[in-house]
Design a protein around this ligand. Structure first.
Ligand code: NAD
Ligand code: LMR
Length: 333
């Protein structure tokens, strides 16, 4: 018997990330080859003509799993009974704009999104915030969505994890899939801490510690971290647009793992509400390593050793998030 469709809302659905993402969801990459989907596509009023064109294209793909794609600028329609919300739409940073201005514009968008999720979505909805500043937008959304558990709110740091994984894979001359247990701690920003102290690299039949294979602490603490932290800016400089194809891939990876679970003893990183583990201030949306059970319950990986270098990096990115939270809460008041 055919499964009940999963209802997935994508906001910013006429934008460039969505253009790389929607086909991936509709053809089964996110929920599996036997899972029908209904797409709820939200964008602003003035983007409706363009969004209708995207829906025409989705129709023309003749996809067996796509039950329906609904284009709307009405949050009540977009969030009605949804199982998954992928919040991509956000106010973009414009030239000369201060961080405070960007936060102010986005606080109101993500406050409204939280309220609308609370009013219209299933109480079990899984929420992934992608629009920047992703961690703090997620925090505002979570605090505005009464009745939905805090652990249902996450933000995207999987793109950072994928970037780190690839840097290690290239250095060890293996495929990225042979690199596991990279951690991204903290903010999806240039203060994030990509941590490979526990990373394993599979070479043939043998699994090695990445640090033992690479044997170059100067690179690991220097250029490696810098490359991952600044990769988003490097793509913008080269493309004159922010990452879209790789962001879409990371979104698929994040939701697939959150739905199907992580495998064996491995973990993945997601921005989640901190419970105070590892001395991270409780309540912040902070990227942490998690193990996920099929269905979506996740646990923070505990008892990892935090040395002085890691402590400093983790505190620094927490400090940035505390500052963002303070600014954002001023705008909420
Ligand atoms: P884009 O400008 O191409 O598309 C954004 C779309 O969102 C536009 O169609 C716009 O009309 C829509 N939009 C704006 N406000 C909206 C609202 N209130 N409700 C619904 N739709 C709204 O941008 P993009 O390249 O798709 O990127 C989207 C966001 O994702 C940006 O904030 C970007 O910085 C962020 N991003 C995050 C990551 C990450 O890893 N977390 C990676 C890449 C990009
Ligand atoms: C990225 O990491 O590629 C983006 O978050 C960069 C950006 O500012 O959109």
């Amino acid at each position: 018997m055919e499964k009940e469709p999963v209802r997935v809302c994508v906001t910013g659905a006429a934008g460039q990330i969505a253009y790389s993402l929607l086909l991936r969801i509709a053809r089964g990459d996110m929920f599996g080859a036997d899972q029908p989907v209904v797409l709820h596509l939200l964008d602003l009023d003035f983007m409706m003509e363009s969004l209708n064109g995207v829906v025409m294209e989705l129709d023309d793909c003749a996809l067996p799993l796509l039950v329906e794609a609904v284009a709307t600028s009405d949050v009540a329609v977009a969030f009605k009974d949804i199982d998954v919300a992928i919040l991509v739409g956000a106010f973009p940073r414009k030239e000369g704009m201060e961080r405070a201005d960007l936060l102010k514009r986005n606080v109101s968008i993500f406050k409204s999104a939280g309220e609308a999720l609370s009013a219209h979505a299933k109480k079990t909805v899984k929420v992934l915030v992608v629009g920047n500043p992703a961690n703090t937008n997620c925090l505002i959304c979570q605090r505005s969505a009464s009745g939905i558990p805090a652990e249902n709110f996450t933000c995207l740091t999987r793109l950072d994890q994928n970037r780190a994984q690839v840097q290690i894979a290239k250095r060890c001359d293996v495929n990225a899939q042979n690199v596991s247990n990279v951690i991204i701690w903290g903010n999806h920003s240039s203060t994030q801490f990509p941590d490979v102290r526990f990373t394993q690299v599979q070479v043939g039949e043998t699994s090695h510690q990445a640090t033992d294979l690479i044997k170059d602490d100067i690179w690991l603490k220097g250029d490696f971290i810098k490359t991952v932290q600044t990769r988003g800016a490097a793509v913008i400089k080269a493309r004159k647009l922010s990452s879209a194809m790789s962001a879409a891939q990371a979104i698929v990876d994040h939701i697939r793992d959150w739905t199907c679970g992580t495998s064996g003893d491995s973990w993945t990183s997601m921005g989640i509400v901190s419970d105070g583990s590892y001395g991270v201030p409780a309540g912040l949306i902070y990227s942490m390593p998690v193990r996920i059970s099929p269905g979506g319950a996740y646990q923070i990986v505990q008892n990892l050793e935090i040395n002085d270098f890691a402590r400093e990096m983790m505190d620094n990115t927490a400090k940035e998030l505390l500052e963002e939270r303070e600014l954002a809460l001023q705008f909420l008041a």
